[in-house]
Design a protein around this ligand. Structure first.
Ligand SMILES: Cc1cc2nc3c(=O)[nH]c(=O)nc-3n(C[C@H](O)[C@H](O)[C@H](O)COP(=O)(O)OP(=O)(O)OC[C@H]3O[C@@H](n4cnc5c(N)ncnc54)[C@H](O)[C@@H]3O)c2cc1C
Length: 390
């Protein structure tokens, strides 16, 4: 069976000729993103995806992540690609250089993310959620919150999580019961349980920054009484070093098909003294803020569909080129590889065409995000976002 090879030629075709790189490189701050730079970046990322991440996909799924003594252990080998991922600066591809990012357009970062998701979906979920958390914090975090969390999240030294779902609150987030209490010093403590939290705990990074949707101390029923809070796994000291372990821990791991390496956690907040939490933005605007994160994650989950389809196509093509069965329709002395049969070719070409169309649509959306983010007439305040859950 083939390993994953990043479809560099197809990606560059969509970026340069279908979406149009010039449309994006004309935007302020993206002037140096030319075809040569894109080729170089995609080629390097393709090596990490194909040579390092893809071979660990199967073994990671077989071993799975485990909960041991209250902490999650990811499969053997996982921390190594994470280090290479961080060292290469890949996590910060679309984010400002000010925070340690590469300052690349989302158009290019989307192609990179297609590689992470296509080569190793379980691994790719960690940067997917981290990227979404960064997007929310850079939009609505205070200056101090940005200074405290963004540099390490952008480099990938810390990871981010998204905490909406509870046993009784899936689609209907108005049913959320996790509560914030105000403390005497004006801070907050959270108490409650969240389920299905992707990478809720792991050993990839030194710290995990949970973004948690919880009912405000005086929050009314329904979604309008919810606020967004930062809950670090380890509290961060004023000098940036890690402090005490917060009262936020994984209780169990979900069983899922195909992404066993990705720890999807039941999380307990505040079983003891209460989880120290920091309000993001204003109280009772949590849904609006969380949907900055959610929308980023939703687009990335859509991209996973493309990434997995590409990998499936590569494996189908490889099989069709090697499996010998039946004589050729135009006549042959013996059986031929099945790629010679017109109906097999038709199916492969249908897959390929659908993948190309998906890639065109998704990359076009990424370019539209670049325009929305960087256009000189972009409104300074984030537009309110709303919607249903992932
Ligand atoms: C692999 C995985 C990872 C996840 N990661 C995270 C994470 O990181 N953070 C997080 O917070 N959550 C996460 N989730 C949870 C996910 O967001 C929820 O599964 C989702 O919100 C749906 O909730 P539910 O599963 O309780 O389904 P339900 O809300 O019970 O819905 C069941 C079905 O009923 C339908 N339905 C419900 N209400 C309506 C309605 N009013 N009208 C029409 N149809 C309706 C739904 O569409 C669905 O098909 C993850 C889930 C999975 C499977």
């Amino acid at each position: 069976m083939s390993v994953y090879a990043a479809p560099l030629r197809d990606m560059r075709f969509v970026i340069e000729d279908v979406v149009g790189l010039r449309r994006v490189s004309a935007l302020p701050g993206l002037e140096t993103t030319d075809a040569a730079l894109v080729e170089q970046i995609l080629t390097e990322a393709g090596k990490l995806a194909g040579d390092v991440l893809a071979p660990l996909n199967k073994v990671g799924d077989r071993q799975g992540s485990r909960l041991e003594n209250g902490v999650v252990r990811t499969p053997r080998g996982s921390p190594t690609p994470t280090a290479q991922f961080v060292d290469g600066g890949w996590n910060g591809a679309p984010f400002e250089e000010e925070w340690g990012g590469m300052g690349l357009p989302w158009l290019v970062a989307t192609a990179l993310q297609e590689m992470w998701q296509g080569s190793n979906l379980a691994f790719g979920l960690c940067p997917l959620l981290t990227q979404a958390a960064i997007d929310a914090l850079r939009e609505v975090g205070t200056d101090e919150q940005k200074r405290t969390y963004l540099p390490k999240l952008v480099t990938g030294e810390w990871a981010g999580t998204m905490n909406l779902t509870e046993p009784q609150a899936g689609t209907d987030l108005g049913a959320i019961r996790t509560r914030a209490e105000k403390t005497a010093d004006g801070g907050y403590r959270l108490r409650g349980q969240k389920i299905y939290i992707t990478y809720g705990d792991h050993d990839f990074t030194d710290n995990i920054i949970h973004l948690v949707l919880a009912r405000s101390p005086d929050g009314i029923a329904g979604t309008k009484g919810l606020s967004l809070y930062i809950v670090p796994k380890f509290l961060v000291n004023p000098d940036g070093t890690l402090g005490a372990r917060n009262d936020a821990k994984p209780l169990s791991l979900e069983h899922k098909l195909g992404i066993h390496a990705s720890p999807t956690c039941v999380m307990a907040y505040g079983e003891d003294e209460g989880a120290v939490a920091y309000l993001v933005g204003e109280e009772n605007r949590g849904i609006e803020y969380m949907f900055i994160m959610m929308n980023n994650a939703r687009l990335a989950v859509g991209l996973q569909g493309l990434a997995v389809a590409e990998r499936a196509y590569q494996q189908a093509l490889d099989y069709a080129r090697s499996r010998v069965q039946s004589r050729a329709v135009q006549g042959s002395s013996g059986p031929v590889t099945i790629i010679h049969h017109p109906d097999v070719r038709r199916m492969l070409m249908t897959m390929k065409a659908q993948i190309e169309a998906m890639r065109g649509l998704i990359y076009d959306v990424a370019a539209a995000i670049d325009v929305a983010n960087r256009h000189p007439r972009r409104p300074s305040a984030p537009a309110p976002r709303a919607g249903s859950t992932c």
